[in-house]
Design a protein. Structure first.
Length: 118
C-alpha cells in the first residue's frame, strides 16, 4: 500500500536548522511531483515547497524562500526539506504529499512536528 513517512522534526532554537525526510513506498515515486505542507495550530494547511518529478523545478512560498530547500532522491524514493534560519513562525506540523499531475495531491504522510522556540 501507499506510504509516506516523514521524519526529522523536533525542537530547535530560532536560527537553527532541521532536515525533514519523507520516505515513499507503494507507488512510482519518480513519476510524482512532491510537496511539503505545514499546518500551525488553528490555521489551514499551506503549501511550503514543491518539486517536480526530476528535481529540476522547485517552487517555494515567499516566507521560506532563501531559507528552505526541497530536494529529492529518486533512487531512494525520498524527498527532503532542508530548513535553515528557522523562525518561531515556522512552528507547525509538516506533511509531505505526492501528486501525479497538477491537480490535487493524491497521497499524504502523517506529519512531523517542528517546534522553533528558545
Amino acid at each position: 500500500q501507499v506510504q509516506l513517512v516523514e521524519s526529522g522534526g523536533g525542537l530547535v532554537q530560532p536560527g537553527g536548522t532541521l532536515r525533514l525526510s519523507c520516505a515513499a513506498s507503494g507507488f512510482t515515486f519518480s513519476s510524482y511531483e512532491m510537496g511539503w505542507f505545514r499546518q500551525a495550530p488553528g490555521k489551514e494547511r499551506d503549501l511550503v515547497a514543491i518539486i517536480n518529478w526530476s528535481g529540476g523545478i522547485t517552487n517555494y512560498v515567499g516566507s521560506v524562500k532563501g531559507r528552505f530547500t526541497i530536494s529529492r532522491d529518486n533512487a531512494k524514493n525520498t524527498v527532503y526539506l532542508q530548513m535553515n534560519s528557522l523562525k518561531v513562525e515556522d512552528t507547525a506540523v509538516y506533511f509531505c504529499a505526492a501528486r501525479v499531475d497538477a491537480t490535487s495531491f493524491n497521497y499524504w504522510g502523517q506529519g512531523t512536528q517542528v517546534t522553533v522556540s528558545s
